[in-house]
Design a protein around this ligand. Sequence first.
Ligand code: CMP
Length: 137
Amino acid sequence: MEQTLSIIKPDAVAKGVIGKIIDRFESNGLRIATMKKVQLSRADAEAFYAVHKERSFFGELVDFMISGPVVIIVLEGEEAMAKNRELMGATNPKEAAAGTIRADFAQSIDANAVHGSDSLENAAIEIAFFFAQREIN
Ligand code: CMP
């Protein structure tokens, strides 16, 4: 069984589609191993996205991620990392395949509804960033 990290971003939380997004996960064989709703601080967002700190969009990304609460989820299942990425669709919602979370719920490349780990190695790092082992079950 793999684990991966999902974040329901401020745009999707504000739109009231937390439940609809979680239903996509559960209906497609991904189990919620843990989750919490959090208001990220600027320091949290900058540290979480540190890999992007040299990119031109870093400032906007951090501003957006602290613009409201997020829901942070550990998903578990067979090939959970790849399955979550398939369910999310492309980073830019304009390029996301029909029926994916971003095609259905996202507005723009920043307000793109969800984040998902892009490798198993990063999934382990991202999960440990937000959760202690005893919180995951
Ligand atoms: P996410 O999967 O959370 O990882 C980094 C985020 O940066 C990405 O989703 C987008 O919301 C945001 N972003 C903004 N501009 C870009 C870009 N040009 N390329 C990739 N990600 C971008």
